[in-house]
Design a protein around this ligand. Structure first.
Ligand SMILES: [Fe+2]
Ligand SMILES: [Fe+2]
Length: 420
């Protein structure tokens, strides 16, 4: 399960921080009121450190997350929007690097300066090369945006290791647990599914650059788990790329996470069958969209979007795919979005019946099928997004990807991709 120490202390610290920001905006440096507010905030930070050595806050607009845990007490907290609005989607403190009151003061001053558009005066912190305070965040497609950090990163290498910092093991275990609950006939644990999506959102914005933390199958041996997490990440990435707001992005993330829920009851021998399906097996396999939608709808939750996406994610834009519709109609935008991400991840992953496709081949396939299998605009947006991100992702898939130029085995995909 995802969790984090010091939730109460984190909430108290943020309240103190918000109060201090209001005071800093009103009083000049050195004023008694300002010093008092600063001391109080500093004390709350030390209280937080006592239970959490390295608290990381994420401000996702309407939501505040500490580590992986959403702070329900701060839902719709106005400062979250303000901080996100000045590019501070992430605020991180490290108790192992002594933080002085002056540094905290400089942080407050910097935030107020950004909020009020006056020149910043964080010279105190700028003189220090190493500080325990780091903040920033860059949105999707915004790689060249200015960095919002008080000073330079201690080492560039820290950015490179950011992917490793998010192994997503807890998230994967939570997904396995969610699937187990459903397999045993239980109700969909929505809170946990949403917590996983929030956690993925945090991992995606975990450093100075947006990233798509995708898992490899061998990191977690169950395909449906790895695939669900990856489709959730890719879907949220694409939704953000297209400019959707935080709440909508996370709704798409939940839909991506749950799109193959109907597979939990399909026997593993069928799911992992190395050869072709016979008619009965194909029928069972093709029932997973209907079954998944049913599971989601009967779990008595407000998950209409996820249910729709589960139902529609194998329907092609030209009406092909499954389940077949008696009266063809346009699928939901989110279904078409998840459909592209679903096929991408499926083809990039090694399956018992075929090797993974190299990224360029998958993207070429998506381009080729734009307008027939995939929504044209979504397919092209996805290609543009991955064109930017695949160079960073390719190392994650390195060992499973045949070298470019080497013919890859014929596609005999069982779930996504072109039907044979
Ligand atoms: Fe599926
Ligand atoms: Fe899928």
């Amino acid at each position: 399960m995802v969790g984090v120490a010091g939730v109460a202390e984190g909430v108290e610290f943020l309240h103190a921080l918000a109060q201090a920001l209001a005071v800093v905006a009103l009083y000049p440096p050195g004023h008694t009121n300002r010093l008092r507010a600063l001391d109080s905030t500093y004390q709350k930070l030390l209280d937080l450190f006592a239970v959490n050595e390295r608290p990381v806050f994420s401000f996702l607009g309407d939501e505040v997350v500490l580590g992986n845990r959403p702070l329900r007490e701060l839902r719709d907290w106005e400062w979250s929007n303000r901080l996100a609005g000045i590019g501070m989607q992430r605020l991180e403190f490290d108790s192992n690097i002594a933080i002085s009151v002056e540094e905290l003061d400089a942080l407050l001053d910097h935030i107020v300066a950004r909020l009020t558009l006056r020149p910043t005066d964080s010279s105190v912190a700028r003189q220090e090369r190493v500080t325990g305070i780091r903040f920033g965040a860059v949105g999707v497609g915004d790689e060249g945006a200015p960095e919002d950090v008080l000073e330079e990163e201690p080492e560039k290498a820290e950015v490179a290791t950011a992917t490793a910092a998010y192994s997503l093991v807890e998230e994967a275990e939570t997904v396995v647990w969610v699937h187990d609950v459903l397999r045993d006939g239980g109700e969909l644990p929505l809170m946990e599914a949403e917590a996983v999506v929030r956690s993925l959102t945090v991992a995606m914005h975990g450093d100075r650059e947006m990233m798509l933390p995708l898992l490899q199958l061998r990191q977690f041996d169950e395909y449906t788990t790895t695939h669900s997490l990856n489709v959730s990440v890719l879907s949220m990435g694409l939704a953000e790329w297209l400019g959707l707001g935080g709440r909508d992005v996370r709704a798409v993330g939940v839909a991506g996470l749950l799109h193959d829920l109907g597979k939990v009851t399909i026997p593993k021998e069928i799911l992992n069958k190395p050869g072709r399906f016979d008619d009965r097996e194909r029928e069972i396999m093709n029932s997973h969209p209907v079954e998944g939608a049913r599971m989601i709808l009967t779990s008595d939750q407000q998950l209409d979007l996820a249910a729709t996406v589960a139902y529609e994610h194998h329907i092609m834009i030209d009406g092909g795919g499954y389940p077949s519709m008696r009266y063809p109609r346009d699928c939901h935008f989110a279904s078409k979005l998840v459909h592209v991400c679903d096929v991408y991840d499926a083809l990039r992953t090694k399956r018992p019946y075929r090797d993974p496709w190299p990224a360029n081949k998958v993207l070429a396939y998506i381009g080729q099928k734009a307008g027939t299998e995939f929504d044209g605009a979504l397919a092209h947006s996805f290609m543009a997004m991955m064109g930017q991100w695949e160079p960073r992702l390719s190392t994650l898939h390195e060992e499973e990807t045949p070298p470019v130029g080497q013919p890859s085995p014929a596609l005999t995909d069982q779930d996504a991709g072109p039907p044979e």
